[in-house]
Each structure stands twice: as C-alpha cells, then as structure tokens.
Design a protein around this ligand. Structure first.
Ligand code: AMP
Ligand code: GLY
Length: 432
C-alpha cells in the first residue's frame, strides 16, 4: 500500500513508525529528516489543496493520511477525495469544528452536548460590555475564533487582563482569526483527551473509541509555567472506570456523531475531544479534527492493529463500529523540549542520542553530517508501554540519561499526579 502522510512533527513520526510496522510504501509531505529515514519526502505546501491534489493525481497513493488540521481546514481532504483517492481526514466543512470555535460551540449547543456557557462576539463595544458585566466568575476564557497555532485561548484572571486580551484580539492579533471572539464560562476539573475514529455519511455513522489519555500542557513540573503544545501524555487513565467511559460515550460522543449526520456533515478521520471532567460530569472543551500531539505517540504504543488497514477502513467509509484491539498496557510519551520553549526554541544544538530501550520519536530535529540537531520547540519524544503506569514511567526514567543536549527541558512528572490519584483510591469524581 502506498501512503502519503501529511505533516512533519512528532505525531507524524509516531504514525509513520506504526504504519511501517506493516509493509507500506510511505511518502511524507513535507516530512522531516527523521521521516526521510522511513520513506521519500516531497516538499508540498499543505495549505494548498491544488498542489497536494496535483501530486496525488500523478502519483496515485492508495491512501492519504492527514496529520495536522491546517490542510483539512484548507480543503485538502475535499480536493484529494474528489480524485477518488481515499483520505483519512475530514472535509473542510467538518474541519470547521476545529477551524472555528464559534461554529463548534453552536454545534455543541444545537446537539445538547454539555459544555461551558458561551457568548460569541464580533463587536468591540459588545465585548467590553460583556466583560464589565461578566456573570460566570473568573478567569474569563477568551478564544480567538479561528486557528491561531495553539495560542488563541487566554484565561484572563482579571477584568483588566480580559479587556486587554479582547482588545488585542479585535485589533487583529491573530488576523481575521481573532476578530470573532468566543467568551466562555471557566470550567474547573480534570482535563483529558478522548480520540474517536469517525466514519459518518448520509447513510451510515460508525465510530470507534481510542483509550482516554491525559496531556500535560504546562512547561514545568507540578503544572507550573506557561502553556505548551504538550509536554507529555499517558493513557489509559488508571482511575477512569468503564462506567466513566460509557458516560462520555453517551453524553459527548454519540450526540457528536449523530449531530454530524443530522447537520449533513461527513466525517472521515479522527475527532479528538478535549474534555473537562467537572463536578457536573464530563463537559466538552473543544473539538480537534486530528490526532493530538503527544497523545498520538501514546495511542500508537497501545494500538494492536495494522494502522494502515484501519485508517483505510475509515477513509473508504467502511469502519465497523467495534472495540479496537489494544495492548493491555499503559503507555507514556515524554517530550524533550528545546531551550527557550515555549517562548522560542534554540535550534541547531547537537543532540546526544544513544540507544535507549524505548521508542524514540523525532518531533523537531534535523540531521547534518550524521549528527541530529534540535530544530523545533518539542524536539524528541520518548515513548513506551508497560503493564502499568508506574512501570512505564520507570522505563522512561531509565532511558532519559541516554538522550540529552545543553538546555534540554523535560518534565519528570508525566502521569505522576494521576498515579497518586489512583493509588489513593480516588475516582474521577474526586477533586483533581
Ligand atoms: P482549547 O483550545 O479550546 O482546548 O483551549 C486550550 C486550553 O484552554 C484547554 O486545553 C483548557 O486547558 C483551557 N480551556 C479551554 N476552555 C476552557 C474553559 N471553558 N474553562 C477552563 N479552561 C478552558
Ligand atoms: N496535545 C494537545 C493537542 O494536540 O492539541
């Protein structure tokens, strides 16, 4: 099977390693030096559907797998599918669930999916008045409507900061993306990432759940410091009981799948539900129309299926609703980040990379004369799985001395809070 994989980061390297576990001919676009070790790379502009479709028309891959959301929002899925080539990745209309927070909130409200109360504002005076009479308590959650490279959500702790953020958004901090602003009630609780493979069309609607994972967004241990794209993740979550998963299936996943069908939206890929488990139960924070990063690195450790065949099943609209085959393990992925991340990223620093006994995933590296160099904020991920979270954490600890460079940042507490929560016999209903 010839597969074109769109993307270049850690998520794509993890997908590529799993795809290569079966015999596939892999091409990545634009790819990376690490992906080049698994197949050819072609320098396609993922925001240009015509360019990606033209390559596909000539090279006829059996399957296109979209890593990031940007090509999907740009319409790459539509353009390639129009050629009769299967795509694991949604049409632009469905990708709007990530591409527009206002659209996603309207979808959640229309289909009675529990979520934070919200107001969508496009007018400066109306937004300022809303902030001055804010009824939901602090922080005020402000979201730029459109894609803002993960930087479009601000939790403003005071009225003054909310006004400053709102004014900057409306002045075009993220261009058109921030000229519509969604204000949300702050939700308090335990955050988790729920991935669902979805195959929805006018005449069928099936889905398959992947194990719930937990990401660690802050740069420093103990959840301190600024937000990042994710410093590490693990899954499944040891204190989530089967009944908790069933509740998320009933109140979040099924209304989403049925809602897509009712609205005439096709789905052909993955939905990643950002969930906050509050005192009132699970509530939906957001939809992503792609796999999470670093959640994918965790999920690929757990999935015990031929990935290419599974993604093709979704892409061809013949996903059978079923329990996916999973290793009876807990997996963990720990991010090794560059100096200055998340404000910046010191690039070009030589990496010492011995041969650790865990999976090494390249997220932001470059190879020069046989030497790996840092080339992004999140540089390398170490991933593994073991019968339980404690053992998986220990395996990463044992591997850490074998990968390093000056200025490397790593959180050694990935999964630790959850482990303690579980060991204390607490459930998801207990305060987090
Ligand atoms: P989003 O891109 O919508 O997931 O927002 C990014 C992050 O902001 C989430 O992962 C949450 O940690 C936080 N967040 C988003 N919405 C809310 C909310 N209504 N209440 C509290 N935290 C939120
Ligand atoms: N790890 C969070 C994300 O991929 O959005």
């Amino acid at each position: 099977m010839k597969i074109l994989l769109l993307g270049s980061g850690g998520r794509e390297h993890a997908l590529a390693l799993k795809l290569k576990a079966s015999t596939v001919d892999l091409v990545s676009a634009p790819g990376s030096d690490a992906l080049a070790e698994l197949g050819a790379c072609v320098p396609l502009d993922l925001e240009n559907p015509t360019e990606v479709a033209a390559w596909c028309a000539t090279n006829r891959p059996d399957l296109v797998v979209a890593g990031p959301e940007v090509p999907l929002v740009a319409g790459v899925g539509d353009a390639v599918r129009a050629l009769g080539i299967p795509v694991f990745g949604h049409d632009a209309a469905t990708a709007h669930l990530e591409g527009s927070k206002a659209f996603a909130k309207a979808f959640m409200e229309r289909h009675a999916i529990p979520c934070a109360a919200s107001h969508t504002v496009t007018d400066l005076a109306a937004g300022e008045a809303l902030i001055r009479g804010w009824p939901y308590g602090y922080p005020i959650v402000l979201k730029a409507d459109g894609l803002a490279a993960g930087k479009g959500v601000v939790l403003a702790p005071t009225e003054v900061e909310a006004l400053e953020t709102f004014q900057a958004f409306m002045a075009g901090q993220f261009g058109e993306a921030s000229k519509t602003v969604v204000f949300e009630e702050p939700l308090v609780g335990m955050e988790l990432s729920l991935h669902v493979l979805v195959d929805v069309d006018a005449d069928h609607a099936s889905y398959a759940l992947l194990p719930a994972c937990q990401d660690h967004k802050r740069i420093f241990e103990g959840d301190q410091g600024p937000n990042t794209g994710g410093m590490g993740a693990f899954g499944p979550i040891p204190y989530l009981r089967p009944a908790d998963i069933e509740l998320m299936r009933t109140v979040l996943v099924e209304p989403t799948v049925k809602g897509l069908q009712k609205d005439g939206l096709a789905a052909c890929g993955v939905l990643f539900l950002g969930v906050m488990w509050t005192a009132a139960g699970p509530e939906l924070l957001e939809y992503n129309v792609r796999f999470g990063d670093p959640e994918t690195q965790v999920l690929m450790q757990l999935l015990d299926e031929d990935l290419g065949a599974l993604l093709l099943e979704v892409a061809e609209g013949r996903l059978r609703a079923r329990e996916l085959k999973l290793k009876p393990h807990t997996a963990i992925a720990v991010v090794l980040a560059a100096e200055d991340y998340p404000e910046g990223a010191k690039k070009g620093v030589p990496i010492t990379l011995e041969a650790p006994a865990v999976t090494v995933i390249h997220a932001g590296t470059q190879k020069e004369n046989g030497q790996w160099l840092t080339n992004g904020g999140r540089v390398i991920n170490l991933a593994t799985s073991a019968p339980d979270l404690s053992t998986a954490r220990a395996a990463i600890e044992a591997a850490l001395p074998q990968v390093h460079w000056p200025g490397m940042q790593v959180r050694r507490d990935i999964g630790l809070k959850a482990l303690r929560h579980a060991e204390a016999g607490k459930t998801v209903q207990d305060p987090w």
